[in-house]
Design a protein around this ligand. Structure first.
Ligand code: RET
Length: 265
């Protein structure tokens, strides 16, 4: 496609180590979400279960990404040369195709809105997320300065903006019914979402705006990996916090109910 990519050992290792860190983050959070699940009231366990599935999917894909990266380069005279075997970018997109709709679903589920609202939000957000990822992939494979990359980047941004609209405008209207503690965490969560999801399109345009191909590749890979740590395990921790507060509310409510009952002689 284009000229052979050459990375300095420092550049190669930065990407290698960021993949390694991401694997550790996914593995540790997988264990943590499994262990902590029973502390959550059964009514709110589904959101935590989805977090667990998301980091498991990511753990698998990062293991594949890690070996694809190692296989793609040969160490020749002090430089890492991409010696013909292409690095497989597909793992990332297949991962996102599953995990992005799941992440959106867990956010909606933990809020416990009316059944019909939940259903409609999950379907609309899921379809938009799948469209965003599917449209991004052809652009990701295209050459850095090609019209294809720009075209698919723009097409993918349309469902992306729709998702942000639903989360910030539509969902905002239903937050009034949440408790003050939950509302505070949701505000933090939406900020995290905006900051991290915004990093993906930025990493995508790196090859188009950075002249040096090696630097652009490092920025893109490290950018995607760090964004994935924030968007999956860290996002999952916020969801867990909401589920735990709601579990406490549930426990308080059942204690109140019991106190209201007449004492049995
Ligand atoms: C692409 C292509 C260029 C335009 C846009 C993109 C957005 C990607 C996003 C990905 C989010 C991924 C997440 C993964 C977590 O598991 C596809 C890079 C807008 C927002 C949250």
């Amino acid at each position: 496609m284009n000229q052979v990519l050459e990375l300095t050992p420092g550049q190669y290792d930065l990407v290698y180590n960021s993949f390694s860190l991401t694997i550790a983050a996914m593995g540790a959070s997988l264990l943590f979400f499994i262990l902590v699940r029973n502390r959550v009231h059964p009514a709110h366990q589904m959101a935590v279960t989805i977090s667990t599935v998301v980091v498991a999917i990511a753990l698998y894909h990062y293991l594949r990404i890690f070996s694809s990266w190692s296989d793609a380069f040969a160490y020749v005279d002090g430089t890492y040369v991409q010696d013909g075997r292409p690095f497989n970018e597909g793992y990332r997109y297949v991962d996102w195709l599953f995990t992005v709709p799941l992440l959106l679903a867990e956010l909606v589920i933990v809020l416990k809105l009316a059944k019909s609202t939940t259903r409609s939000l999950i379907i609309r957000l899921g379809v938009a997320a799948a469209a965003m990822i599917a449209l991004g992939y052809p652009g990701e494979l295209a050459a850095p300065d090609s019209g294809t990359r720009t075209l698919f980047g723009i097409l993918s941004t349309i469902p992306f903006l729709y998702i942000l609209y639903v989360l910030f405008v539509e969902l905002g209207r239903s937050l009034g019914r949440q408790s003050a503690g939950v509302r505070k965490i949701i505000d933090g969560l939406r900020f995290l979402l905006l900051a991290t999801w915004g990093a993906y399109p930025l990493a995508y345009i790196a090859p188009s705006v950075i002249d040096n191909a090696a630097t652009a590749e490092v920025v893109r890979q490290v950018g995607y990996s760090m964004a994935d740590i924030l968007a999956k395990p860290v996002f999952g921790l916020f969801i867990l916090a909401i589920a735990l507060i709601k579990s406490q509310d549930e426990a308080d409510r059942s204690t109140d109910d019991r106190q209201g009952e007449p004492e049995v002689a």
